[in-house]
Design a protein around this ligand. Sequence first.
Ligand SMILES: *Cc1c(COP(=O)(O)O)cnc(C)c1O
Length: 347
Amino acid sequence: MGTGTLHIDLDALAANWRALDARTGCETAAVVKADGYGLGAARAATALARAGARRFFVATAEEGATLRAALGQGPEINVFSGHMATDTALIRDANLTPMLNDAAQLARHRAALPQAAYGVQLDSGMNRLGMEPADWAALRGQAEAGPLTLVMSHLAYADEPDHPQNAEQLRQFTEMTAGVSVPRSLAATGGILLGPDYHFDLTRPGIGLYGGLPFDAAQPVVRLSLPVIQTRDVMPGEHVGYGCTFTAARPTKIATLSAGYADGLIRAMSGKARLFAGNTPCPLAGRVSMDLLTVDVTDLPETPEALDILCPSQTVDHLAEATGTIGYEILTSLGPRYARRYAGETA
Ligand SMILES: *Cc1c(COP(=O)(O)O)cnc(C)c1O
């Protein structure tokens, strides 16, 4: 195997969905945008549908069409970017439900596909997507006159439970949706953890399903194993890698692994990330290059065929923390060169 192997535990994914579902008294959907946070939307969504998810969310109509082909008819597929000018055929043919974001999208959708269901996304303070309170006040009658299935909004600060923005967005969303007769949705993973006031009729977890914070009780879903191409002995004073940023202080054994920044192991990991042989950490030695990592394996009794960069000893969030980013970015950067191996009852 010349490339790394990304092991994906579909049972852990399903267990995380059930665990989040058990924290609310309402319906739990699943967000599988960005190819299921990098893990493969078709496999992830199929496993989640078996676990009981009936509504899925993606970012774009193109993602929705791909997902429909994998899931078949039945589950509802909602699209956050709504109905864009080029989306009509995809929405019709793949039976997608756009979350309409403004007056132009509402008009476009009602004119092009008058019978086709839609949701409405409201802006409750994040200022990213959705109708502002004044737009909504003007459009609500028209929106409610058609096959409206959902009214939703998104929290900007749900990973910080004490931030006052949460209560403010809750107040705004509650006010904007008073008297609405269709299901309402405000919470993603963070919002579920904020408690029942935030749950409404439907939640939309993403990151927590895939084992990431802020769902700290999540089971890990991924293990990323990178094969050793070559090992060498380096004498004290010799350098390793581009820019000579690592200099051996002792006789050092260096293993060269097949993966690099082209595979989502960002260059900022240089000098920060560790590789694991079981529970034993081995530091990166020198810079991450495009296709290769160099690792100090001197302290291992023997060099294994592969080392792990994501594993129980170094989770997605540990790696994110060490390199100044978030687990979402680590996951969604995992590149197409890895062989994705699925395990679990639902595989
Ligand atoms: C990505 C996204 C989600 C899922 O968020 P997580 O933090 O991954 O749970 C839910 N709703 C919207 C609008 C999103 O963009």
